[in-house]
Design a protein around this ligand. Structure first.
Ligand code: LLP
Length: 463
């Protein structure tokens, strides 16, 4: 975070609070989130997209809603920060929805995702009056329709399509990435492809996406708002978003021709990348927004439709860089890995239970000694956890001072997204607290799990 600085003694401070004070008060491992960084990033997205899509000289433009993707990290406070910065909140389960509602986020500014929502989740969302449910399958359209009719409400629905663009980091591969569990494919079904018909004019006829739109338009209890897609994660460049937007806009154009239906909204999902290490160079929100706005304006003009109300769903890019994990150094050992190269293994008091990303995705992180500034020789080091497997690595490769010793605090930056939310009780470790820092103050967002809470799930456990 931008408010991480060393004090005169060389100790790292986060939001004006020293790491030793945080460790003393809350223990380690500890997730620390800079409220200012979270808010700044939320605002950057909102302002960048609002500016890029604002009416141009000829009066053409669109409103943009930024949904904070709660799966990256959700707590009632974080949901409130997002809402106070003018963002909506995207949820992916009944549990996330419950937190967003408990935070007091206006239901009309909450979306519900999920490829296999339960009836209870759909019902809960409709009863709460959420602004949109993103339907993921033909089957789900029917289910939402039924439940909405039972409740006597109109369900606001977006349809998640898979436009065949898969973007990751700085590359995008414009080949079919429809072979996945999410969303409705734009490729006509095999039966349809084999049948005798003339579809030269509409390449989407016979596709699950086209069938879904027709079904949703006809279904009682459903108000079809628009189309959604999410093309991947940790995306650095605008190109993938531009290609995906182009496809969905061409789909909207076909729909207008075939059915004279104007769908008012288009959501391009999340996936905006962040820097985990210095090697990562993501574009700023403003650059993505401007490139995307230009592409959307061109595509809409080409297909003869107005610019739909746009939305995006960044999660990682808002909370990721705002978070730092603090660990205490335990045992160390040196291993000669090849001629003349020694790797130091530094074990900390957490591991893959609080950061599964390194082992799950081969993710890279960096780390610094946070409790003091150490100069002198640095060694190739690997930060590992305390779990019973050799893959339990937090930071694969990082140069750390040779003088690191037991009790030093290490800080691993860029851990605000998908670390707490993917955390587990592997080996019966309790899950760490999440603490927010701002202007020299700290407060607990999520309490550290106690051993009692964790073990009491075992029906035979008696302390
Ligand atoms: N919208 C939808 C529909 C999504 O599926 C996702 C992420 C997002 C928004 C937010 O994506 P973000 O902006 O945070 O990249 N656990 C993985 C990431 C899984 C992302 C799944 N969907 C990780 O730690 O990298």
């Amino acid at each position: 975070p931008r408010d991480a600085v060393r004090n005169d003694e060389g100790e790292l401070t986060l939001g004006g609070v020293s790491v030793s004070a945080l460790a003393a008060e809350y223990g380690t491992p500890l997730y620390v989130i800079s409220e200012a960084e979270f808010r700044t990033r939320a605002r950057e997205f909102r302002e960048a997209f609002a500016a890029a899509f604002a009416a141009d000289d000829s009066g053409v433009g669109a409103e943009v809603d930024v949904y904070y993707a709660g799966k990256a990290f959700l707590s009632t406070h974080a949901a409130r920060w997002a809402a106070e910065e003018g963002l909506c909140v995207d949820t992916a389960s009944g549990g996330e929805l419950a937190i967003a509602l408990a935070a007091g986020v206006a239901p009309s500014r909450i979306g519900l995702h999920g490829n296999n929502k339960s009836e209870a989740e759909i019902r809960r969302a409709l009863e709460a009056g959420v602004g949109r449910i993103i339907a993921d399958s033909l089957d789900e359209i029917d289910r939402i329709s039924q439940i909405a009719q039972g409740l006597g409400v109109e369900a606001p629905v977006m349809l998640r399509l898979t436009p065949g663009v898969h973007a990751s980091t700085h590359e995008y591969i414009a080949t079919a990435h429809e072979d996945q569990k999410f969303g409705l494919s734009l490729t006509p079904a095999v039966d349809y492809q084999r049948s005798d018909h003339d579809d030269a004019a509409n390449p989407y006829l016979g596709s699950p996406a086209w069938m879904a739109v027709e079904r949703a338009l006809d279904a009682p209890g459903i108000n079809l708002l628009g189309l959604h897609c999410h093309i991947g994660s940790q995306i650095f460049e605008a190109a993938g978003f531009e290609v995906a937007a182009g496809k969905l806009i061409s789909f909207l154009g076909q729909l207008q021709q075939a059915h004279q239906v104007v769908l008012p909204e288009l959501d391009l999902g999340g996936g905006h990348g962040i820097a985990y290490t210095e090697a990562d160079t993501p574009r700023a929100p403003r650059e993505i927004a401007e490139a995307l706005a230009a592409a959307v304006r061109t595509a809409c003009a080409e297909h003869g439709i107005g610019i739909p109300r746009l939305s995006i769903e960044p999660g990682r890019a808002i909370v990721g860089p705002a978070g730092v994990t603090l660990y205490s150094v335990g045992v160390q050992k040196d291993v000669v890995v090849e001629d003349g190269v020694t790797r130091r293994y530094i074990a900390v008091d957490g591991g893959m239970s609080d950061n599964a990303r390194t082992v799950l995705y081969d993710a890279d992180y960096s780390a610094v000694v946070a409790s003091r500034q150490i100069t002198g020789e640095h060694l190739l080091s690997r930060i590992v956890g305390k779990h019973c497997e050799s893959g339990d690595i937090v930071v694969r490769n990082v140069y750390l001072p040779a003088a690191v010793r037991r009790g030093d605090l290490l800080a691993v930056p860029a851990t605000g997204a998908y670390c707490h939310s993917l955390s587990s009780n592997y080996n019966y470790l309790t899950r760490p607290a999440v603490v927010a820092v701002a202007q020299g103050e700290s407060r607990v967002l999520i309490r550290r799990e106690t051993e009692e809470q964790m073990l009491s799930r075992d029906t035979g456990y008696a302390p």
